[in-house]
Design a protein around this ligand. Structure first.
Ligand code: GTP
Length: 365
């Protein structure tokens, strides 16, 4: 049994383009009675610290990361690691860490920070990336022609999200909301999408997600790969509309659609277990080669000879695998999602299937 003090502290990364409502959400979190004791780390991009003044006084502790953008300035990331280390020295005083990125940050390198420093990596677990989207202003940012040849952070923030809050839904019409949702789904078709006003959201939908564990628990639900918002809701088994085109076990499905040709996601499901060392070697090689294009890899893996789920997390070239809770009475199977540019589904599938335990070996075991 893992004691509470040894358990890794969940970290939520809160992101969203400038003005999307991050500080508003932070204030909501800090004033809500939710039972979590939260340490907040804020990063502001600008000369003057305004954000900390915007955050309401509360019992939670708030730390500022040095000025500069958390995703691209090495000093700022070192600063983040330093703050995390200090926090972790007295982790009996809180049970959740929230990192608010600046509006111009790419959250992937921020998430990667938690894997980069070994001491920190052992003590924290990425609970989820929550992205706020400004329903009024997001479209022009997504289509910004000035960013055409550069990374567009508004796009990246949506692509890597585990939860998306479509905020300021009071300021646009229903048809405009549906249009924004449709656009968001071209970039990220997996993350549950929640509409909000003044970032008011049930906190259980964004904190304590244990994203990958909860994904694992729903793996037997054949709809888990299909969570597009249709008419503004997240699909579930009670929907009346078409859920026909589900992938077969072992089949891949391109969830990125074709609207934005530069970013897509590809998902796989396998029922046979993986030979894990060989798989990790292949994935390491793949990311070393294509880590610029592959933004994010996430997965729950069925590992040969192990009765625990294994959680796979990759951010660009950094990859880690951690054992998680046992499968209990669930039938083990693996699920992997790749998000990025120029993803070749058939090459990825063959790279993965090579490391599945053969049926004969499985029967002999
Ligand atoms: N009408 C309306 N206004 C909102 C909503 N959410 C936030 N706002 C307002 O939008 C403005 C920006 O909100 P912030 O919470 O400061 O946004 P932010 O993402 O922290 O901004 P940056 O620090 O610039 O990245 C503030 O004036 C908020 O009061 C909403 O749902 N509806």
């Amino acid at each position: 049994m893992t004691s509470t003090s040894q358990r890794p502290i969940p970290v939520t990364i809160l992101t969203g383009f400038l003005g999307a409502g991050k500080t508003t959400l932070l204030n909501h979190i800090l004033t809500e009675k939710h039972g979590h004791r939260i340490a907040v780390i804020e990063n502001e991009f600008g000369e003057v610290d305004v954000d900390s003044d915007l955050v309401m006084a509360s019992e939670e502790e708030i730390f500022q990361v040095a000025n500069g953008c958390i995703c691209c300035v090495v000093d700022v990331r070192n600063d983040l690691v330093e703050i995390l280390q200090k926090l972790l020295d007295r982790k009996d005083q809180f049970d959740h860490i929230l990192v608010e990125t600046s509006g111009l940050a790419d959250p992937s390198p921020v998430a990667a920070t938690f894997f980069m420093d070994n001491e920190v990596a052992k003590k924290v677990v990425l609970d989820g990336i929550v992205t706020l989207v400004d329903a009024v202003h997001v479209q022009p940012h997504l289509d910004d022609p000035a960013l055409a040849e550069y990374d567009n952070q508004a796009v990246t923030q949506i692509v890597v999200a585990d939860r998306i809050l479509l905020n300021k839904s009071d300021l646009v019409s229903e048809s405009e909301l549906q249009e924004v949702e449709r656009r968001i789904r071209t970039l990220n078709s997996n993350a549950p999408l929640i509409r909000s006003v003044q970032a008011q959201v049930d906190l259980s939908q964004i904190l304590g997600l244990q994203t990958f564990e909860s994904d694992a628990l729903s793996m037997t639900d054949p709809d888990f790969l299909h969570q597009p918002a249709i008419g503004g809701h997240v699909c579930d088994t009670h929907c009346a509309h078409d859920h026909e085109h589900l992938p077969e076990i072992g089949q891949s499905v391109d969830l990125g659609h074709t609207h934005d040709p530069s970013v897509s996601s590809v998902s796989f499901v396998f029922d046979r277990p993986f030979e894990i060392d060989a798989l990790m070697q292949t994935l390491d090689g793949l990311l070393a080669e294509q880590g610029d294009d592959i933004f994010r890899v996430k997965g729950i893996l069925h590992v040969q000879g192990d009765d625990r789920r294994h959680v796979l997390q990759g951010v660009h070239r950094l990859l880690e695998l951690k054992p998680s809770i046992p499968w209990w009475d669930k039938t083990p199977s693996s699920k992997l999602v790749f998000i990025g540019r120029n993803l070749n589904a058939s090459l990825l599938r063959s790279a993965l299937t090579r490391h599945l335990v053969s049926i004969e070996a499985q029967e002999a075991a």
